[in-house]
Write a protein that binds this ligand. Structure first.
Ligand code: ADP
Ligand code: MG
Length: 452
């Protein structure tokens, strides 16, 4: 049977077995890339999805594959990020990148690849990114000698690219031409390596990357699993490292959670400074909004600022989106928007975020995640397996909907609201210390937001 057909029939079976939103979210863009002797390789669009599918649907997938072809015993999941490397000719690649360049509002420095809009000064600091920020400061003041490599990780839209480019821009402005800097995404690096191998120009790449003083690599998670690229990166890394050159890396997860990375590379990363950027709390969100307003020379009432901070919880990018829309509407309409208009814009943009989530949606998503029945979660059973799901449900009801503790307690089968307070505090507290829990919560939030 053909790959496409095989996968199509697996998907149609899965579609019946899992809920519609889950199917659309996690499996719709999956692809079967290869059929091997005893298994298949399935590609997914990103690591978040890969982890989710691997943990939650692997068994189901294997059993539906087995229904069709009994020799299939295992599934390997890979991440295939678009655009695919190496399909474009060099000319075509150049055209694409020219087009992208035109779309940029600011000019990217061709020497360093840095975008001046990500300045170090405009990076807003709060408890959620303090650690990463002070590590960045230390690197600027002690290039190559203090924290090497500097490894920054965190979820999307939280400012990784801004911070690592900010370091580059700051070094550039302080040390002028004395320090050679290069910024590259791991996707671009991969493309270059592949192109160089094809055209027998690997030495060019070597000389370019090994002659810099500061190498900044963004989204390193995309490098893993591509053998040649990883090897090239490893040698580049070593050569720079041994010569006390600074290496700065960003990733969507910590080194030990980079799934396909070679051990030797992982241990190099762990030998430097690792700092995370977490989700901004309410106060930081207010600070971010106020600073961005100043930058945009825009004024909003305190009430509106607070409303945005309350609604835009996901990341800094979401906050920027809202402010940009407001600027756009104001200049398009040519007048200052009234309170009602503003509230409508915010509600529209955070639509999926917070405004119309119901408590039942949260209960359902938590149950889906832990594969238990909603009735068990809200019932009175004291079964051990229900402890964590209940605590997380309590936490989310409070965090996402700001519901009162007595109400929350009644929702999850507790007589006493002090239990709900305890559970909320526990999760809230554990979240900062336990990346695993944090990941779980973010995955469940994602589910809640996607639920219909
Ligand atoms: P990531 O690389 O982590 O996905 P980005 O660096 O692209 O996130 O950040 C998304 C947007 O939010 C960018 O426009 C960036 O300038 C802005 N941003 C993120 N964090 C901050 C911050 N601490 N201060 C100012 N702007 C920020
Ligand atoms: Mg980024």
């Amino acid at each position: 049977m053909e790959k496409e057909e095989l996968w199509k029939s697996v998907l149609s079976e899965l579609e019946i077995q899992i809920s519609r939103p889950n199917f659309l979210t996690w499996l719709k863009s999956s692809r079967l890339v290869e059929i091997k002797e005893d298994g298949v390789i399935v590609s997914l669009p990103n690591y978040f999805t890969k982890e989710w599918v691997e943990n939650k649907y692997n068994k189901l997938i294997i059993s539906s594959l087995k229904n069709i072809d009994y020799s299939i015993k295992r599934v390997e999941y890979i991440v295939e990020s678009s655009p695919k490397p190496s399909v474009l000719s060099k000319e075509a690649e150049q055209k694409v990148s020219e087009k992208q360049l035109l779309l940029q509002e600011t000019k990217i420095d061709p020497e360093t690849n840095l975008n001046p809009k990500y300045s170090f000064n405009s990076f807003i600091v709060g408890p959620f990114n303090e650690l990463a920020y002070s590590a960045a400061e230390a690197v600027i003041n002690n290039i190559g000698t203090k924290y090497n490599p500097l490894f920054i990780y965190g979820g999307v839209g939280l400012g990784k690219t801004h911070l690592i480019q900010g370091i580059g821009n700051e070094i550039k402005s302080v040390y002028k031409n004395k320090v050679k800097i290069k910024y590259v995404t791991s996707e671009k690096f991969t493309n270059e390596v592949i192109w160089a191998i094809r055209n027998r120009r690997v030495d060019d790449i070597k000389s370019v990357y090994r002659s810099v003083d500061v190498l900044i690599i963004d989204d390193i998670q995309f490098i893993g699993g591509k053998e040649k690229t990883e090897e090239e990166f490893f040698y580049t890394f070593n050569s720079l490292y041994e010569n006390n050159k600074q290496i700065i890396i960003s990733s969507d997860r910590p080194p030990k959670a980079l799934p396909v990375l070679e051990e030797r590379l992982r241990s190099r990363f762990e030998g430097g400074m690792i700092a995370d950027i977490t989700y901004p709390e309410y106060e930081s969100r207010v600070a971010i909004i106020k600073t961005k307003l100043q930058e945009k020379e825009l004024e909003l009432e305190q009430k509106v600022v607070e409303l945005i901070a309350k609604k835009a919880q996901r990341n800094v990018r979401e906050i920027e989106g809202i402010l940009n829309k407001i600027v756009f509407y104001q200049s398009a309409k040519g007048k200052i928007l009234g309170q009602d208009d503003l509230e409508k814009i915010i509600a529209d943009l955070t639509d999926k975020g917070v405004s119309n989530i119901s408590p039942n949606q949260i209960i359902k998503s938590v149950s889906d995640f832990f594969e238990i029945m909603p009735n068990d979660l809200t019932g009175r059973s004291r079964s051990k397996e229900l402890v964590e799901p209940r605590q997380i449900a309590i936490y989310l009801l409070r965090d996402m909907l700001d519901m009162s503790f007595p109400y929350i307690a009644s929702k999850v089968g507790k007589r006493d609201h002090s239990t709900a307070i305890y559970a909320y505090k526990k999760i809230d507290n554990d979240l900062t210390k336990n990346p695993n829990l944090h990941q779980k919560i973010m995955m469940i939030k994602e589910l809640v937001n996607k639920a219909e």
